[in-house]
Write a protein that binds this ligand. Sequence first.
Ligand SMILES: Cc1cc2nc3c(=O)[nH]c(=O)nc-3n(C[C@H](O)[C@H](O)[C@H](O)COP(=O)(O)OP(=O)(O)OC[C@H]3O[C@@H](n4cnc5c(N)ncnc54)[C@H](O)[C@@H]3O)c2cc1C
Length: 471
Amino acid sequence: MSTAPQPAAGDHADVSFWLETSGDDLTPRPPLTGDTTADVVVVGAGFSGLWTARELLVRDPGLEVVVLESQIAGFGASGRNGAWLAAGIAVTPTTLAERTSPATVRAVTTAMRDTVEQVLHAADDEGLDIHARRSGILRVARGRHEVPHLTSSLDAMRRLGIDQGVALLDVDALAERIHVADAHGAMFDPYGAAIHPGRLVRGLARAVERRGATIHEGSGVRRIEPRGPDGAVRVTTDRATVRADAVVVATEAWTSQLPGRHRDVLPVYSLIVLTEPIDDTRWARIGWAGHELLSSHRMTVDYLSRTLDGRVLFGGRGAPYHLGSRIAPAYDQHAATHALLRDQLTSWFPDLAEVGFSHAWGGPLAMPRDWMPSFAFDAVTGVGQTLGYTGQGVATSNLGARVVADLIVHGETPFADLPMVGHRSRRWEPEPLRWLGARYLQGALARVDARAARTGRPRSGRTLAERLIRH
Ligand SMILES: Cc1cc2nc3c(=O)[nH]c(=O)nc-3n(C[C@H](O)[C@H](O)[C@H](O)COP(=O)(O)OP(=O)(O)OC[C@H]3O[C@@H](n4cnc5c(N)ncnc54)[C@H](O)[C@@H]3O)c2cc1C
């Protein structure tokens, strides 16, 4: 476990703009102080844990559900992300088709597109205003070298029968929506919404409490023991143990800090910068009235969104991986990466060159070896999990929670054929190989992007780094 001291109540507002503006009181809930029992214990109060608690109680309102959170609800990636509620998973449709079948790709796509709607409807049902805008996604070709990726992505979607509503926009059609420097067209995908993740995660915590769950914050779990001879699982914090019928691990990047699970997921840092609110004159020049989620086609990943109060969020990976999969609050800040993100944002929108940045934060996401999430519950051990979203968990965590709740309450799920259900990725290599591999890839992918931008030629897809990350 992280040995970082527990932050004081007010400190959590510093975690991200989203927690700061969640509109919720961030004072930690009381920790678990004495041994107790429950039907289900959920470890982690991010989207995964809180959706799991909710979905369990939707299926069986009489269940006793206890959620244990080491910091506060929303402290992890759920309170820090890029605001993309989107239908994608990290494994590309083409790779998923190679690993499984086109029919499976269609089933995953349908389930994920529906999940975006499920999240929006569930938020409405719980009375949460999450600033949702059904904006869709624009994948912008920035530079000539990115144009071939537009057509190849759409061709692949057509071949797999998942291109409904997806359209290519030429330079003029894109300019009617938004002015991005050096844009050569875009692919529009309607299956995405911009949200306020802080309002969603903090609101969900209140919602599951209203449904009867108990959340203990400041209650880091140290040990999870599968079902013993007495039929109970045991989940132990520093202070106390909960005996229960089932436990669901929903700790995403922090799963790598749990005993025996160091190699299950790689904690990868994603970092974000956020501007001050932008004035109307600049907005008039930029456009972006549709609040679409934006990205380019870079291997090193960039993602943009607009806040309801008129700021621009720019995020990207690239902060270094730390030997031994270490996670620490200090790694949320990385001056060089944050500076690069600020430069990249002004290269997208030169009009913003004089605009100040109000926030810079970051956090770890969980990358399994094969990039495929795992939604699982083992009725023999009583241990379940939903995790491993590789940076695409805002929607996926809801699908995982519904699957795990189905398996716990009903013993079966209508999603049983999806490849994430019951899935276990192979483990990461031991250190220092893991560190060497992760650092090599980070550097090599940045060089691939830089070369394509410099030469104007699309990346070949044949470099070692590109082949290694083909997901
Ligand atoms: C900077 C950034 C940007 C991102 N942008 C997007 C995006 O735009 N769209 C998208 O789909 N995905 C995005 N992601 C990924 C997405 O945010 C996550 O996949 C998702 O929020 C995961 O939710 P979770 O509940 O599984 O994990 P988390 O939100 O990380 O929650 C895990 C919780 O477990 C707690 N915990 C850890 N260890 C213990 C323990 N031992 N005992 C008790 N509690 C523990 C943590 O404190 C934390 O609150 C982003 C991630 C990051 C870091």
